[in-house]
Design a protein around this ligand. Structure first.
Ligand code: PMP
Length: 394
């Protein structure tokens, strides 16, 4: 049986994580995987999460199955948080996903059934998992231009021109905020134009919302997704609670479908449930229940929002400090874009040999395409990092 198989390539992030773990050097710096880190390099459990977990531990009476759609109260709380009531709930149906990836997978599989081999347009570049996930769901991934490698901002004219060529059979995958891997995100005015394009072409939007609250705040970051779902008749949103609740390994996410009307929403819901039943049958609940407890409790919610704000402010501060340090040392504004980008990541635009040199000579780890996880920057060693980067470039 297995002789017909070829060795599959692992996502490069896992290779990098293994290389970093095996590196014995003391001063190594991990700017690879997208997780938040405290100054000691540890990814902490949020205090609001710990309190919610304690409450669950104290009150839980059963671990029985939750049902195929998962934790409905969790889904409802996420719909409120992300969509803010801009669409009538009668048109919305949700199921839980195993993390944002699980949510995306359910949604893409339903879209693969609606449009077998249909084209799904993905930003160039995008989170590397989007492409293989789309293929696995029976869709045909195609890139649309997104990033201007010179200016390191969104090449919006090229993006819009490409979106304008789509048809009503096409799907377009949009990053709701905090674009991964580039850090270059759409402005509100650009979201407005994207939505006008969707209205012109009838292309179907699937919004990937994995970093709500990491850019400019919960409300500000929701501008794009709310604009999309309130402006077109049908759309989908994949929500991840991995980053903003620090629940990475718990796999909490919501697949949200917004249909023309309630009847059509029921059909989509049945398809989402059918996909879950045939794949994992029931989704995990621990992370979902933690989020539900937090969002439904006034005090815990306030505490979580404060912790999220702290995470966001820290990332912003690290961005500004690194950009400042490079500017002061190089006398050029070439890396000022780091401070302008939003969310967890920035694509630095370094050639691959520079990335390799930084890894081998200096123990500074980033993805081959030169994406850095801003949250991994050690705040007390920013000058040293800037020196190393500039030396490697020269
Ligand atoms: N979408 C994007 C753009 C992401 O960066 C991630 C996490 N790396 C996800 C979705 C899914 O995250 P998770 O499955 O861990 O919730």
């Amino acid at each position: 049986m297995f002789e017909t198989l070829k060795k599959a390539t692992l996502d490069k992030i896992f290779v990098l994580m293994a290389e970093y773990a095996a590196d014995p050097r003391d001063g190594k710096i991990d700017l690879g995987v997208g997780v938040d880190k405290d100054p000691k390099g540890v990814t902490p459990v949020m205090s609001s999460v710990k309190k919610a977990e304690q409450r669950i531990l104290d009150s839980a009476k059963t671990k029985t199955y939750k049902g195929v759609v998962g934790n409905k109260e969790f889904s409802a709380a996420i719909v409120d948080l992300a969509l803010g009531g801009v669409v009538d709930n009668k048109r919305i149906r949700c199921v839980n996903g195993a993390g944002g990836t699980g949510a995306l997978s359910i949604l893409m599989n339903v879209l693969g059934r609606a449009r077998p081999k249909g084209r799904i347009f993905i930003s160039d570049p995008s989170w590397p998992n989007h492409w293989p996930m789309a293929e696995l769901a029976g869709l045909t991934p195609v890139y649309y231009p997104y990033f201007d490698h010179k200016t390191r901002i969104v090449d919006f004219p090229a993006m819009l021109a490409a979106l304008d060529t789509l048809t009503s059979d096409d799907i377009v995958l949009l990053h709701g905020c905090c674009h991964n891997p580039t850090g270059a995100s759409l402005t509100n005015a650009q979201w407005d134009e994207v939505v006008e394009s969707l209205k012109r072409t009838g292309a179907f939007p699937l919004v990937d919302l994995a970093y709500l609250g990491f850019g400019d705040g919960l409300e500000a970051d929701a501008y794009g997704v709310r604009k999309v779902v309130s402006s077109v008749p049908e759309s989908m949103v994949a929500f991840s609670a991995s980053k903003n609740f620090g629940l990475y390994r718990e796999r909490a996410g919501v697949a949200i479908a917004i249909a023309r009307d309630s009847d059509s929403a029921d059909v989509v819901s049945s398809q989402m449930q059918n996909v879950i039943r045939a794949t994992i049958s029931q989704t995990p609940d621990h992370g979902a229940e933690i989020v539900r407890v937090i969002l439904e409790d006034k005090d815990l919610r306030a505490e979580w929002e404060a912790e999220l704000t702290e995470m966001r402010e820290r990332m912003k501060r690290l961005r500004v400090k690194l950009a400042d340090a490079i500017r002061q040392r190089s006398n050029s504004k070439d890396f000022d874009f780091i401070a302008e980008h939003t969310g967890m990541f920035s694509l630095l635009g370094l050639p691959e040999d520079v990335v390799t040199k930084l890894k081998l000579d200096d123990g500074v780890y980033m993805i081959n395409d030169s994406r850095i996880n801003v949250a991994g920057i050690p705040e007390d060693r920013i000058g040293e990092l800037a020196d190393k980067m500039l030396a490697a470039i020269r």
